[in-house]
Design a protein. Structure first.
Length: 200
């Protein structure tokens, strides 16, 4: 959660991050806090490598294509049913071509970093962080034919609530900044030009 929080502080360029494990999970925290003094000395001397983690940029548009919000996510962007008890219908486009109409609890667009988070729990593939990809993972799909997909990181994906939808959907970005999406609203997702540099 700490790295997600740091990522959320920077919508644009993000400084290199060195993180220490102090919790129960630590996928992005490779260093033990007990060694922090020695690790920081290695950081200053340049002995530690810096890797980059892809982030997603999301643009939320209303039914008239007016921009309603811009968000950044390190792990994933979800469009789901939110508090509604009904199925969530989402039209999924790649480069403005309809790929699938999803019916179920929702859709996840994840980065390779996020592939080991919610996307994995929903049945998505684990993807190495150096693979330039976007993951599209259904959440409890009502259709047996819709399975997780992997797109190149050059792709632009758009998740749209159908114009004839009876119920709104709900969008969230790394589990935060939730907002309702009425019929005709959409979330356009692409790789951000500003990754998170992480020392490992």
């Amino acid at each position: 959660g700490t790295i997600l929080w740091v990522s959320g502080l920077y919508k644009g360029p993000c400084p290199p991050v060195v993180s220490f494990a102090m919790g129960s999970l630590g996928f992005l925290t490779p260093f033990d806090y007990a060694d922090h003094q020695a690790i920081l000395e290695e950081v200053v001397s340049g002995a530690i490598q810096v890797g980059v983690r892809t982030r997603l940029q999301a643009l939320v548009h209303d039914d008239r294509m007016r921009l309603c919000g811009e968000f950044i996510a390190l792990n994933e962007i979800n469009v789901d049913r939110g508090p509604s008890p009904y199925l969530c219908n989402v039209e999924c486009f790649c480069e403005d071509r309809l790929v699938v109409l999803s019916q179920g609890d929702g859709i996840i667009v994840a980065t390779p970093t996020g592939s080991t988070a919610y996307s994995l729990a929903a049945g998505g593939s684990m993807v190495h962080p150096d693979v330039p990809a976007l993951l599209l993972t259904p959440i409890c799909s009502h259709a047996l034919a819709f399975r997780p997909m992997v797109f190149p990181d050059s792709a632009t994906l758009r998740l749209k609530v159908p114009d004839d939808s009876s119920w709104p959907a709900w969008a969230s970005f790394d589990g935060k900044n939730g907002m309702a999406l009425n019929k005709g609203w959409s979330v356009t997702v692409r790789v951000s030009k500003w990754p998170v540099p992480i020392m490992a």
